[in-house]
Design a protein around this ligand. Structure first.
Ligand code: S3P
Length: 431
């Protein structure tokens, strides 16, 4: 499907964007291992998270949806069953990597595959440490690419330095740590999203965390059992970011974004938007099931270019393409470095943004680990490619709102991965 987004006068209104993808995945995965029934309200019903539901059903977990609430009948830490076919992980890196961590604890055979994008994404980053712990893993390209097979077994805890600051890698190792003899520790130079440790803690697992001069350290121990959870998943800051960005670049705009997760490992984009000059305010800040939630108000104000430094990248990793896109509207240059990881997301997000800028006649320089974007550029419009990457599609839709002749996005239906209602919501707040 192609979609054209045209210039609007302003953005105005109130939205409750869909629920957090990272927390929704973890709610299914972790409660599948609990003793008893977990209840998940406001679960994100989108491509990636439904992939997780299907995978855990194939691993023998009963997952029932009734009137929008998900009931997960946990099987305990030894209750998953060998699936009788491939697990199809679709487009979802999070499902794949976290599930490899879980399967490392089960002595049966599983084969995992995925779509064209997922089959190109690196898995050695989890396969290697999990093999070190005792799992047997093999796959294409020396165990790096899907299809991958795994047979879990007797695991031993390790200390792992998470150089890439990948929350998926950290989570996979911590999940395997629940089954491993002794302690399992992950050390990160800068803390990555910490929902796995928050949720494990709320389920009664041993989780110890500390900040040292080398960064962040988290340790888990072998667990006897996990208690079921009752959670209400907050709105996804990565989805809210698109509307915050739109309100920031269109004069006269105001937007209210309700119930948004503002965990400091996730809200870096909103902090950066404020630094750029937009009016960003958190109201009604509250705690929900161990996570911080707020209503976010964003209004237009002239933006200026900024620097994104390597240590700022983890808390805004998925919003960097969007930041690069709105940087074309700011006064002065924006320089983003330390974001190599963008090259191995659903698409090579540095290339996807740079190639689309070229198609639209916009100036930016590609760096190995980021971009330099020139500010105050006129956007005439044209046709861009989503590269079947949901965040690229939504980012360029936002640019369409300030274009003279509109921007047409190819393969725009990929928004289904995280935000099926995106174009309806965009229409709702466009004036
Ligand atoms: C995620 C972690 C991040 C992020 C992805 C979701 C998670 O990936 O980009 O969208 O839920 O743990 P990495 O762990 O590869 O940085």
């Amino acid at each position: 499907m192609e979609k054209t987004v045209k210039k609007v006068k302003r953005i105005e209104g109130s939205l409750r964007v869909p629920s957090d993808k990272s927390i929704s995945h973890r709610a299914i995965i972790l409660s599948s291992l609990a003793d008893g029934i977990s209840i998940v309200k406001n679960f994100l019903k989108a491509g990636d998270t439904l992939t997780t539901v299907n995978a855990y059903r194939k691993l023998g977990v009963e997952i029932v949806e009734k009137e929008g609430v998900y009931y997960i009948h946990g099987k305990g830490l030894d209750g998953l069953k060998e699936p009788d076919d491939f697990l199809d992980m679709g487009n979802s890196g999070t499902t794949t990597r976290l599930t490899l961590g879980v399967l490392a604890g089960f002595n049966f055979f599983t084969a995992l595959t995925g779509d064209d994008s997922l089959r190109k994404r690196p898995m050695k980053r989890v396969a290697e440490p999990l093999s070190k712990m005792g799992a047997k893993i093999d796959g294409r390209k020396d165990g790096n690419l899907l299809p991958i097979s795994i047979r879990g077994g007797k695991l031993t805890g390790i200390d792992f330095f998470n150089e890439k600051m990948s929350a998926q890698v950290k989570s996979a190792i911590l999940l395997a740590g629940l089954f491993a003899k002794g302690e399992t520790t992950v050390i990160e130079p800068v803390i990555s999203r910490d929902h796995t440790e928050n949720m494990l803690n709320s389920m009664g697992a041993y989780v110890s965390r500390e900040f040292t001069k080398d960064g962040y350290r988290v340790t888990v121990k072998k667990a006897d059992k996990l208690n079921p959870i009752h959670i209400n998943v907050p709105a996804d800051p990565s989805s809210a970011a698109f509307f915050a960005a739109a309100a920031s670049v269109i004069p006269g705009s105001h937007i209210e974004l309700k119930d948004v997760l503002v965990n400091p490992t996730r809200d870096g984009f909103f902090r950066k938007l404020k630094e750029m000059g937009a009016k960003v305010e958190y109201k009604n800040k509250r705690d929900e099931a161990g996570e911080i939630v707020a209503d976010i108000y964003v209004s237009y104000h002239e933006l200026k270019g900024v620097k994104v430094k390597p240590k700022e990248v983890p808390s805004m990793i998925d919003e960097i393409p969007l930041l690069a896109i709105i940087a074309t509207q700011a006064e002065g240059e924006t320089v983003i470095t330390g974001a190599h990881e963008l090259r191995v997301k659903e698409s090579d997000r540095i290339k996807s943004v740079i190639e689309n800028f070229k198609r639209l006649g916009l100036e930016a320089e590609e760096l190995p680990d980021g971009m330099i974007i020139r500010g105050k550029q006129k956007v005439k419009g044209g046709i861009v490619d989503s590269y079947k990457d949901h965040r690229v599609a939504m980012g360029f839709a936002i640019l369409g709102l300030v274009s003279e002749e509109g921007i047409t996005i190819k393969d725009a239906d990929c928004v289904y991965i995280s935000y099926p209602e995106f174009f309806n919501h965009l229409e709702k707040v466009s004036k």
